[in-house]
Design a protein around this ligand. Structure first.
Ligand SMILES: [Zn+2]
Length: 231
């Protein structure tokens, strides 16, 4: 079976929509039919400039499929996958690590030498191997991912909303690292974008009693917080 995939063949050129084979999920993988995918501002830098700016950060090998924060429906699972089933509505967490090194076992996958954002870029020398195992991403009709990267979606969450989960995860991680607890005051800069607004809501959910929201556009800030029914 064939699928369409937007692929970059050469840095500095446009994507071309190619027809390639739909991948088969390996034993611990799932195959997701992509419904939505995030398009984040930094993606253009990754595609056009990261090879030059950050040569130590591995990129998907060319021809490359990019696409961070995909959501869709599971259409096949490997024979070792237990908790995910065909028909599940899911978000694909792009963060993949080896799962077995010291950092991974200490609950710090971001320090794994293989830590990689599928469809974006890798953080460590072993990311190159991850891209070989997972050359698919959100700008294609189907993608494979490890079952451990799959987040099931509640029926109330649309695919469009799920494709923004990366922002909420980033905001949540930052608040956790900052040790946000009940009763604290929190300052959020850039509080009109998805990341900042998500951080404001998460801070409230984590018990912060005072949130200082800062942004460049006062009108937009007012409008955002009016819709949140905040002061
Ligand atoms: Zn690891």
């Amino acid at each position: 079976m064939l699928m369409k995939a937007a692929r970059l063949h050469q840095v500095g050129t446009d994507f071309s929509v190619d027809e390639i084979a739909v991948p088969e999920p390996r034993p611990n993988d799932v195959l997701v039919k992509v419904k939505t995918c995030g398009v984040i501002p930094n993606m253009k830098n990754v595609i056009a400039h990261y090879a030059e700016w950050f040569p130590f950060l591995p990129l998907p090998p060319l021809p490359a499929i990019y696409g961070l924060d995909a959501a869709g429906e599971v259409v096949a699972v490997g024979d070792q996958v237990r908790e995910i089933a065909v028909g599940d509505r899911v978000y694909v967490n792009p963060g993949v690590s080896c799962g077995t090194c010291h950092a991974c076992r200490c609950g710090q996958p971001i320090n794994c030498e293989a830590y990689t954002f599928l469809g974006y870029f890798g953080f460590g020398p072993k990311s190159t191997e991850v891209f070989q195992s997972y050359p698919y991403a959100g700008f294609a009709e189907f993608m494979t991912a490890p079952a451990s990267s799959i987040v099931k979606l509640h029926d109330s969450i649309s695919y469009e909303a799920a494709a923004r989960f990366g922002y909420l995860g980033t905001a949540y991680s930052a608040l956790r690292k900052a040790g946000t607890r009940a009763g604290q005051s929190v300052l959020i800069s850039g509080a009109t974008g998805t990341l900042g607004l998500g951080a404001v809501m998460l801070a409230l959910g984590m018990g912060a009693t005072k949130v200082f929201a800062v942004a460049r556009n006062v009108e937009l800030l007012r409008a955002r917080f009016k819709s949140l029914s905040c002061g």
